[in-house]
Design a protein around this ligand. Structure first.
Ligand code: G3P
Length: 225
């Protein structure tokens, strides 16, 4: 499972990249709005930091296919190779996905709440389909199950489209999908931090440090004991 960060603040992205095995960045209009700057300024800085090999996912906001396609062209022009244009899977979105797939664009079908949205997006030529796991849970359905179903539908129908699961609120949702082997997950920094924040680990490390200090003295390590 590819592990991607769902965020647009460059300082925090840099810090998270230092600590975690991240493989790209996804954004959406709400995430970009939090930065309060021109979106291309923010996205170009992210692109410069992650390099041209890493995936950068950027969403369109137009409501009709023609507008989405026009936005996709500008996004690709500004941000270069390995940029994935995120297109919500509405009726108009499917029209845009079909047209952009013919051009060879990298497309992430987004705002997915149902298995059939994902199936149609895959058939239309999207590279990724992004089910909103936690938002689906909040509707009283099972977001993890929807993401797993989509993964199975792609495999069983011979589609190359991969799941890029999004909208996580806890470690369990991420774990379940890693265990299932979905293609990718994009996770916000607070949830990423939660994946390793375990009191038992902190307690174990503290006990090792205390024992070692008893042996070699306070503040000593394997470097200077
Ligand atoms: O980009 C779509 C998705 O990641 C949204 O997540 O946390 O706003 O439900 P969230």
């Amino acid at each position: 499972m590819k592990f991607i960060i769902d965020f647009a603040n460059l300082d925090q992205i840099k810090e998270m990249y230092e600590y975690y095995p991240l493989e790209g960045v996804t954004t959406n209009p709400s995430i970009l709005a939090k930065e309060g700057k021109n979106p291309y300024e923010v996205l170009k800085a992210i692109r410069e930091f992650i390099g041209t090999e890493a995936e950068l996912h950027v969403q369109v906001v137009s409501l009709n296919a023609e507008g989405m396609i026009e936005e996709a062209h500008r996004i690709q022009k500004e941000l270069g190779a390995n940029t994935y244009v995120k297109i919500p899977v509405s009726r108009e979105g499917l029209k845009a996905i079909k047209a952009l797939a013919v051009e060879g664009a990298n497309i992430t079908a987004t705002a997915i709440y149902t298995q059939m949205q994902a199936y149609l997006a895959g058939k239309a030529g999207a590279h990724y389909a992004a089910p909103y796991v936690n938002r689906i849970d909040n509707l009283g359905a099972d977001g993890v199950k929807v993401a797993k179903d989509i993964h199975d539908i792609f495999k069983k129908n011979g589609l190359k489209t991969e799941v890029l699961a999004a909208s996580f609120k806890n470690s369990q949702q991420v774990l379940e999908l890693a265990r299932y082997g979905v293609g990718a997950a994009t996770v916000a920094p607070d949830v990423i931090e939660g994946l390793v924040k375990l009191d038992s680990v902190t307690a174990a490390v503290a006990a090792f440090t205390k024992d070692f200090e008893g042996l070699c003295g306070e503040g000593k390590t394997m470097v200077d004991c």
